[in-house]
Design a binder for this molecule. Sequence first.
Ligand code: DOR
Ligand code: ZN
Length: 335
Amino acid sequence: MQTHTLLMPLDMHLHLRDAVMLENVAPLSAYSFSGAIIMPNLVPPVDTKEAVIAYKERIMAAVPNDFFEPYMTLFYKNYDKKFLLDVEEDITAIKLYPAGITTNSEGGVSSFDIEEMRPTLETMAELGIPLCVHGETDGFVMDREAEFMSIYELLAQNFPTLKIIMEHITTKAAVDMLDKYENLYATITVHHLLLTLDDVVGGMMQPHLFCKPIAKRPEDLDALLSIALEAHPKVMFGSDSAPHPQHAKESCGCAAGVFTAPIALQLLCEIFDQFGKLDNLQDFVSDNAQRIYGICPEFKEVTLEKRTFVVPENYGGVVPMFAGEAIGWAIESVD
Ligand code: DOR
Ligand code: ZN
């Protein structure tokens, strides 16, 4: 039986939600990942020091062991230096959402006025706090990410020492932007390494594959695969696993988000194996992120086996991607 071992897998973009949902999904990530960057788009958003600390405590209480590090983020606003100095120790990054662009982002940034943002972003650069960005405009849905490239350029040029992470990139335009500026990095989800828009709406509509940003064209998928499979040094795995209750997905007005946390490593092994690139997976799921973020996760060793694994129909009322379908790799052990 072919096996593959990953050390300290990291999920650099994860939604854990709160309350009952948090208790349901946090153990699934804690089982196979050493840590994750936790998204702050709760209601209300995580935008105070107290909220960050309290949310981290609720996450720790929801995971069954201590071998999972929630790397906390703060919801971006134009914060002053005093506040940033006070909260610096409690966070790993700050997450910027354009206002209203996705789930619970109404309090996000409504105009990208560089001078208004300068004090905050300069302080973040000075303190070494990375800026994670949901990079979409409110334009036509297939063009939103490509249109946002000019904003990434503006940010990258104006704040050359700020680490800017283009979250969940889905386009060739974003792949091409990556090497244009030294301070730009990216995360890629597992679903965007598998899907195009055809899979979402080309046949019967698939609500469990609907997310923001939406999966794009075949040439975009190829571009994403080209940098992920080579584990480009500025690219990290970030699942953007975004659980919603089954009724919120299978409804008129489907919530955006693909739930992948419990099957992400299995799918990544399958993809990298298919392309003969398993040796690059360690960099993609951990080493690049450790270097880019300067983090040192606790030891965890996950061994996967090349055998059929049938994805469960649901996890506590949340339907995962590929529910009920067979995938080619399974988790064998976690130490
Ligand atoms: O599909 C998405 N779901 N994209 C996001 O940016 C947010 C996420 C969520 O929180 O549900
Ligand atoms: Zn997200």
